[in-house]
Design a protein around this ligand. Structure first.
Ligand code: COA
Length: 384
């Protein structure tokens, strides 16, 4: 017996490996539900803190619960001295930013005793990683640029703090809303590879920091953390709307894939592309380079038309990466921080899945099919 007869499913495609109340991806209908809400609604209305609370507690917070969470995040946001020293050492070596985030994330196990949550280690781990991710990313970016990190401001919310710590200036409402829309949109997305990795790790009753570090490792790979950078590069390469069709056609003829289009699960337009497209439109109309937004729209139109010619019947549509690139660029974030900013949002989902797995899950322990040799004869080393 081999392959599917034996129950082997490469890549676990189509295998249901967890039950969750956190999010549902309907690839046929092009819908994403997050804890009962269409992603469009959370993206537009919620603060990131509200989404974190919703994912952790399966309910929206009341005024006091929200204030408590904001206060707890503010207490956990500053980095321990050892984390900062680690980031300084990494920056002096030119360590790639995702590796620096992974190393610094591990130090979330360093405890500030004043911020203890009644000895609830899992809750403290979750607060530490969610609160500190933006601090780590912003500090590292500044250190790489030869600048000193900016301390978080306890009066600012999560998204505002991220931009403040990156740029040293309190951001405008439009930028905060645009970043919050992005973080809310990517906070959770079914049983993707990094979320699955996190669930596997805590299914052994390991700790949440270990799970999040493992998830970061999975996210780093180009097949997952995605490549919003390349999607933006293509827009810049095209430069003018009238060149869009010719440049894209040439890429397809060379057998290249158009970055930011097509999706394994969504077989219609990725709902997150709509949400982020609208947010990008608003951002660019108020404080951005409107011509770049218009150019991106033309590139999208040309790409979708060419892809339907290139792969008729496949319905290859815009995915989340295309407008992620545009939105984060509009917020002034450099390309090398795009995947890290994704992690700043997705860590909410990772920690929520860990809680769910700890509450209801069973040790995740699938089987493998042995396809190696049998009955080998042992030969002593001098005779091999
Ligand atoms: N550009 C050109 N051709 C594409 C394409 C794209 N963006 N996306 C899919 N296709 C083609 C494939 O080459 C394939 O052709 P084939 O049947 O001749 O082999 C066909 O359409 C189906 O693609 P397939 O690889 O089966 O789709 P998938 O569901 O496995 O892949 C992606 C999904 C995301 C990997 C794929 O669409 C892709 O590579 N997109 C570009 C990268 C990107 O934007 N990634 C971010 C995803 S969020």
């Amino acid at each position: 017996m081999s392959g599917r007869e034996n129950g082997f499913v490469p890549g676990l495609e189509g295998v249901v490996a967890a039950q969750t109340r956190l999010s549902h991806v309907d690839g046929g209908a092009g819908e994403l539900i997050v804890a009962g809400f269409p992603v469009e609604e959370l993206a537009r209305r919620a603060t990131f803190e509200e989404v974190v609370y919703l994912l952790w507690h399966d309910a929206l917070p009341d005024v006091r619960e929200l204030a408590d969470l904001r206060g707890a995040l503010a207490r956990w946001r500053p980095l321990p001295r050892a984390t900062l020293e680690l980031l300084r050492a990494a920056a002096s070596e030119g360590t790639p930013p995702m590796d620096a985030l992974r190393m610094a994330a591990s130090t979330a196990s360093l405890r500030d005793r004043d911020a203890s949550v009644n000895g609830d280690t899992a809750r403290e781990d979750a607060l530490a990683v969610v609160a500190r991710f933006p601090t780590i990313v912003a500090a590292y970016r500044r250190l790489l640029d030869g600048e000193e990190p900016v301390d978080p401001d306890p009066r600012l919310g999560h998204a505002a703090n991220y931009l403040y710590m990156l740029n040293g200036e309190v951001p405008g409402q439009g930028s905060v809303r645009a970043l919050e829309t992005y973080l809310n949109t990517v906070a959770d997305h079914g049983l993707n590879a990094s979320t699955f990795a996190a669930r596997v790790i805590v299914s052994t009753r390991s700790d949440l920091v270990s799970a999040v570090v493992g998830a970061l490792g999975a996210l780093k790979g180009p097949l997952h953390g995605g490549a919003p950078g390349p999607a933006l590069d293509v827009v810049f390469e095209i430069g003018e709307a009238r060149r869009a069709e010719a440049v894209l056609r040439e890429k397809l003829e060379r057998g290249e894939r158009l970055m930011g289009f097509g999706h394994r699960v969504y077989k219609v337009r990725d709902p997150r592309a709509d949400v982020l497209g609208t947010a990008a439109e608003l951002l660019y109309a108020t404080d951005g380079d409107e011509a770049l937004y218009e150019l991106a729209l033309e590139v999208e139109r040309a790409a979708v038309a060419l892809l339907s010619e290139h792969k008729p019947g496949r319905n290859l549509q815009t995915n989340v990466e295309f407008y992620t690139a545009l939105l984060l660029h509009g917020l002034g974030l450099p390309t090398e921080l795009f995947t890290l900013t994704f992690a700043v949002g997705r860590v909410a989902g990772w920690t929520a899945h860990c809680f769910e797995q700890l509450e209801r899950g069973r040790l995740i322990r699938p089987q493998s099919e042995y396809v190696g040799e049998r009955d080998r004869e042992w030969v002593p080393s001098e005779g091999r």
